[in-house]
Ligand binder design. Structure first.
Ligand code: GDP
Ligand code: MG
Length: 313
C-alpha cells in the first residue's frame, strides 16, 4: 500500500471494541475486515484470550479493532481475567461493535450484554451475525426480535455474515462514519499490534482446540521457545527455513496423552496444520517442533497467567 497522507483534512481514526458473547463470530469478523487471518477462531467458546488489536487502514481512515474475549459468567481465575479484560476494553475505545448471533432468538445472555453497554456515551453499532444460517422466511421476524431488544436506543443494526462477507462493506462504512477525526496511529502496512511469535503460538493453540475439542481446550497454553533461521545446505538453493520450537502446556497427564495421541498421531496433525498457517504468516518454509508439558493447575496461578501473557488488573 502506498504511503497515506494522514494529515489530510478529514482523516479519521479510532479504536472500536468488538463485544459479544463467546462464539458469536467476533474474531471471524476481524479476519474478514482485514482480509487475512489474524485472530484465531474456533467452534469452541472462549477461544480468544488476549486483547488483540487489528488495524484497517485506507485513504480516509484508520480503524483499530480491539478483539475481546467473549463476555460470560466467570468460573475461575482465568475466566475472571477474561471478563475483566473485555470490560476494560469498553472503557478505552471510541466506539463499540456489539455482535449477536442471529441464528437464534435473543436470550438472557444477550440481555446481559445489552445491560453492560446500554448507558455508554460512545457510539454503538449492532451486528446480527451468521445471517447466512437463516431461512429467507425468518429474516423479518428475527430482525424484529432484536430491534425490540434494542428499543430505546438509536443504534444502527446491520445483518451480516462474517463468514461470507455479506453486509461487511456497509458495516465498515458505518463504522468509518462514526469515527472521530484524528491522525493515522499505526503504519499503513501494519495489520496487527502483536508480534509474530504471539500469532504463531495462537495458531498452534487453535489447532489444539479444533482437533481435541472438549477434551483439552481450556487448559492449554502455548509458548514459543525458539525461532531461528535454518540455512539451506545446498548453496544453489536459497530457500532457507525457519525453525520453530514450541511447548504446549496442559494441566493434567491425561490431557498430555490426548494431545500426543496414538503413536504421536494427534501431535503430528496439530503440528502439520499449524505449520501451514505459520508458513502463510511468515511467507516462508517452516520446520516446527512441538513438545507437550504438564504444568499442574496453571490457570489458577497468578504467576503462570502473567507468564502466558494474560493481563491482570
Ligand atoms: P468469537 O468467540 O465471537 O470470536 O467467535 P469466532 O469468530 O471464533 O467464531 C465462532 C464460530 O462461529 C466459528 O466456528 C466460526 O467459523 C463461526 N462463524 C463466525 N461467523 C459466522 C457466520 O457469519 N456464519 C456462520 N455460519 N458461522 C460463523
Ligand atoms: Mg474470538
Amino acid at each position: 500500500m502506498s504511503e497515506i497522507d494522514s494529515n489530510q483534512e478529514g482523516f479519521k481514526s479510532g479504536f472500536i471494541a468488538l463485544i459479544g458473547r463467546p462464539n458469536v463470530g467476533k474474531s471471524t469478523f476481524i479476519n474478514k475486515f482485514v482480509g487475512e487471518k489474524i485472530a484465531i477462531t474456533s467452534p469452541i467458546a472462549q477461544t480468544t484470550r488476549n486483547r488483540l488489536k487489528v488495524i484497517l487502514t485506507n485513504e480516509k481512515s484508520q480503524i483499530i479493532f480491539v478483539d475481546t474475549p467473549g463476555i460470560h459468567k466467570p468460573h475461575h481465575l482465568l475466566g475472571e481475567r477474561l471478563v475483566h479484560s473485555a470490560k476494560r476494553s469498553i472503557g478505552e475505545v471510541d466506539g463499540v461493535l456489539v455482535v449477536f448471533e442471529a441464528s437464534h432468538s435473543p436470550g438472557r445472555g444477550d440481555a446481559f450484554i445489552l445491560n453492560l453497554i446500554r448507558n455508554l456515551k460512545i457510539p454503538v453499532i449492532v451486528v446480527l451475525n451468521k445471517w447466512d444460517l437463516l431461512e429467507l422466511s425468518q429474516f423479518k421476524e428475527r430482525k424484529k426480535e432484536y430491534s425490540d431488544l434494542f428499543e430505546g436506543t438509536n443504534w444502527p443494526v446491520f445483518c451480516c455474515s462474517a463468514l461470507t462477507g455479506h453486509g461487511c462493506n456497509e458495516l465498515i462504512s458505518a463504522i468509518e462514519e462514526q469515527l472521530p477525526l484524528g491522525p493515522q496511529l499505526y503504519p499503513s502496512n501494519m495489520t496487527c499490534d502483536h508480534p509474530e511469535k504471539f500469532l504463531m503460538a495462537e495458531f498452534i493453540r487453535e489447532q489444539v482446540l479444533i482437533n481435541t475439542r472438549e477434551e483439552v481446550p481450556h487448559s492449554v497454553a502455548v509458548s514459543i521457545d525458539k525461532v531461528e533461521d535454518i540455512p539451506s545446505k545446498k548453496t544453489s538453493n536459497r530457500n532457507s527455513r525457519t525453525g520453530i520450537l514450541a511447548t504446549i502446556c496442559v494441566e493434567k497427564k491425561s490431557q498430555k496423552g490426548i494431545l500426543i495421541g496414538k503413536g504421536g498421531a494427534m501431535l503430528k496433525k496439530i503440528g502439520q496444520e499449524s505449520r501451514l498457517q505459520i508458513q502463510t504468516l511468515i511467507n516462508g518454509n517452516v520446520y516446527l517442533e512441538l513438545f507437550v508439558k504438564v504444568v499442574p493447575d496453571w490457570r489458577s496461578k497468578s504467576s503462570r497467567l502473567n507468564e502466558f501473557g494474560y493481563e491482570g488488573s
